[in-house]
Every structure is written in structure tokens, then in C-alpha cells.
Design a protein around this ligand. Sequence first.
Ligand SMILES: *Cc1c(COP(=O)(O)O)cnc(C)c1O
Length: 389
Amino acid sequence: MSLDPILSARLQALEADGLRRILRRIEHVDGVHIRHQGRELLNFASNDYLGLAGHPALAEAAAAAARDWGAGSAASRLISGSLAPHHLLEEALADWLNTGAALAFSSGYAAAIGTIPALVGPEDIVIIDKLTHACCIDAARLSGAQLRVFKHNDLDDLSDILRWADSIQAVQRPNILVVTESIFSMDGHVAPLRELVDLKDRHGAWLMLDEAHATGLFGPRRAGLAHDLGLADRIDIHLGTLGKAVGSAGGFIAGSRTLIDFLIHRARTFLFSTAPVPAAAAAAHAGLDLIRSNAGADRANATWSRANQLASILPGTAAPTSAILPWIIGSETRALATAGLLLDAGFFAPAIRFPTVPRSKARLRFTVSAAHTEEHISRLAAALPQLAA
Ligand SMILES: *Cc1c(COP(=O)(O)O)cnc(C)c1O
């Protein structure tokens, strides 16, 4: 049978389950408004937590880098693509995160996919939180390591699995890598990081921490949750993205100089992929500079104020632990219908469904940004009760 009829049947099955997806073509109006099919909508769906994606300083840095270095990088970093903007960005990242070194990748996804299989293999063990982002799950599978999943944020379960790993350790000496997120992307939950770090240290395991949703929002320099808690130097591998609060695109690993030197040899998404464009690196660098400045502190404070304001009006939501505020609806079709009503009312917060979240845990995922005003949140608050009814 030819390809298209088979795929059509699969797409029809997705449709029947309320899982059919479409790409909405949008235009940007400003930091928080988008235009979709001729209508202006207030956007609660972006991960641009500090409102930097549209900031003139980042756009100008990108434009200047494109003029100075060209639009493309022309090769992988090890061939001839290791341009000054990448090195400057990595030095700034290592300085900000207070690690020996950092390595930029074309995305956070590529950073994870390149790093985990470089560090562990079939003789090793990866232990991962159930709700960890797809990039780390895919990377762990690709590594061929024995994969064990612990219940979300459940230290007892993690402890049991680590004890099991110790019993194997006595015989085979595998390396053990624990992978989790500081702020979980679809729920906004916070990992019990202090206990987690103690636990992995006690068992001699390595910890990879994905701070994609904490970068820019936590800590005195807004370098993430590990920094906020004074645990940064006990995290073996820091994973981050430059595409969310940092306002550009790309991903990074930060850690010891040895870790980074090793990844340059073994991270295949780094070795065999064209370097990120200079404009992206320069914009990310400008984003980092802004985050570390007083203006960055003001923006992070604004984001937290909006998160508090929205949490106080969302059904069933306690005080926010992040800029992510999910409204769990359950049924895929009901979540979809509610998102549709919200769209009709002029607000964009799409339904998040399987496979991004488990089946029957469909939700509207609201994210707030420093670019939202108090009045924006009030407008959403006025529209919500009709939807919840
Ligand atoms: C977005 C995200 C990533 C991937 O980062 P990209 O730069 O978008 O590829 C990794 N982990 C988490 C938790 C994310 O939300």
C-alpha cells in the first residue's frame, strides 16, 4: 500500500480521539498580542517569560551579528563554524551560571539528545522523572542505557530505584544518571531539588537538571532554581534553552571544563550539525546581559506579579510556583472546546493534549510574561467564569 492512504487513516484516528493538530498561522502585533485570521488576540501561550523575544536590544544584536558575520554559520563548530559570537555567548553563560564552561547547541532538544548518549551507554542506568520533557526521554532511550522512571517528584520512589541501582553497582559498576527538571513544563511544578541533590550525592549518581522554565525567573541573578537554592555547584550537568526567557533560540549545557571538552568530542548533535546562526547567538547573549541587569530584575518581578494575579482567578489554582499556570480540564475534546471559546473571546491559550501530556489530562496552559499588564490579566479574569460554567 502506498504511503498517503496509510497516513490518512492514522490522521483520521487522531481526529476521532480529539488529537488532530493544526498549525495556526499568526502574526505578531506586539509582545503579547498576535493576529490570527484577521483577529487580534491576547497571547497566553508563549514561553517568552520576560518579554525579551521582541526586545529591540536583542533584535539589534541579531541584525548586527548578521551584518558582521553573515546570515549562516556555514559549517559545524569543529569544521569552520566556531565563530566569535558562539564563544562570547558560551563565556557569558559559564560566567552567569558560575560553571567552568558552557557549550551552545542549536536547540535545547539538540543539547539533550547530544549529551545524554555521550555520557551513558548500554552498561549504564538513567533514572528519570515521569514528567520530564520529551527531549530527555528521547535522549535516554537513544543512549541504550537501562531506563527507569520514577514517579513525578517522588523522592521515595527515586530512593528505591537508586537502592536497586546500588545493588547492580556492586556487580557491574554502571554509571547512574538522574534526570529531572527544576520547573516542569506542563504543570509548573517545582522539583524538591535540595533533597534530590542530597539523594544523588549519597548514591554517587550524576544529576542532569533541565532549567528550561526556571532560567530568567529564579535566583538573585535569575540564573535558575539551582542557583536560587545555592545548589548550582552540586549539579553535574545544567541543561537550558535560549528560546524561552532568554528570548532567542538555541540550547546549552553548562558544567565543568572537562564535561564540555568531552562533549565537543562525543555529542553527536554538536559534531554533525551546522553551528547555530551568529544572529541567534548574539541575540541570546544580549538576552543574557539584559536578564542579569536591573531591568532583568524588574521584568522577572513583573512576571511573578502577573502569575500571582492569574493564579488568584484560575479555577483550582494555588499560589504560583512558576510562570506556567495550567487549568486541567481532563477530556481532550472538552479542553479543545474550551480553548475554542477562549479564542472566540479574544484570548489565545491552546489546549495541551496527548502526547504532550498524559491522556485525559488535557488542559489549557496559560503562561504569563513581563509584557502582560495587570489590565490584560483582568480582562482574562472577566472572560473565564463563562467558560468554566
Ligand atoms: C522547551 C524545552 C526544551 C527544549 O528546548 P528547545 O530550545 O525549545 O529545543 C527542553 N526542556 C524543557 C523542559 C522544555 O520546556
